[in-house]
Design a protein around this ligand. Sequence first.
Ligand SMILES: C[S@@+](CC[C@H](N)C(=O)[O-])C[C@H]1O[C@@H](n2cnc3c(N)ncnc32)[C@H](O)[C@@H]1O
Length: 373
Amino acid sequence: MIRVVCSRGTRCLKWNGFCISVHVKTIASFGYNTNVPDLKVSSSKSCTVQSNQVKSGQRKQLCKLVLDHFDKQYSEELGQLWTTAREVLLDPRCWQYGVMLNRFSESTELRQLLQTQDYSSLLPQDSGSLQCFVHQSQIRFPSQKHQPGQLKQYYLLNAASLLPVLALGVRDGDRVLDLCSAPGGKAVAILQSATPGLLHCNELDCHRWKWLAETLESFIPQALNDAVKVFNLDGRLFGQIEAGAYDKVLVDAPCSNDRSWLFAAPQQGALWLQERSKLPDLQTELLSSALAAIRPGGTVVYSTCTLSRAENSAVVERILTSCPNTELQDLGGLARSLSHHFTFDPNSKFGILIVPEKGRTWGPMFVAKLKKH
Ligand SMILES: C[S@@+](CC[C@H](N)C(=O)[O-])C[C@H]1O[C@@H](n2cnc3c(N)ncnc32)[C@H](O)[C@@H]1O
């Protein structure tokens, strides 16, 4: 197990006699209360749902280089489904956003507001404490600002982001690692779905690590302070420093983020495409580290937000070939139970792939589940 041997801010982990410097924040120090003023249903401007219009002057510029690259690759890999997804991805005005409620900051008025605005529940009402509301059209709630001392009432997200969390199936008391955690949407969703015995959230990038810590501060009450910790490590280390320590690990891997790459500045797009071929190796190493970090019988969920076969099924296939004690779990039941909300690629191998489509613009999201024997 990780031993925190220094105090305040930067701490050291003892591993094989080495001391690894790491930022560790417990949520304990943030001291947030849950007494937030509820949203005003009718009169407050701040809670009026907005049309998801991209104002003139703020229109995102398409990166032609990335689009050409995607057109070539994805039309080969997805055929007609790429035509469908392409139409959605190229038009941010038609993107939809789910509203995930914060069970630690319940608001009857918010629920009423969602009802009066014709939002419906993404998940069956009896499916537990994780609740997300979606709308058929492209209206959008305003994001809530971070306010020290107040818990937020909801988190806006691409509803497909909940599938990795649903696939992970965290139960009360589980020891859970979220290996690539910033900005923290899936960590928040895990804490909505159950009360893990511990949740370790890790992020390599320092800026994003701070963002992650802030997200957790905004959504988690003091009662969970001892269970939730935030790490700033390379996820590839966890397999060694925390071997066998977890019941469940989520690897929401760094990937070609298809939605944002399409709107990259030209130089940035060129750089990303140049670096893209290195991603499958990094993803395989992260997944391998996650498998080493779970106990026998434990499970790992691997997810990305790209359509790229090299970063999805090919990564999982590589792991299955190189780790004989690893077994692929069937996610067909989960996909079928949500098929009225999401469009799945019928030809996806080694996991399920949500492909955006007009009217159900969720995704891209690839999810695979592995069990270690
Ligand atoms: C897809 S994002 C995670 C999104 C997050 N799970 C959520 O739901 O909000 C992938 C994250 O992995 C981080 N990352 C990249 N390389 C990493 C590494 N070697 N170890 C840990 N995290 C890494 C990136 O900085 C990025 O924040």
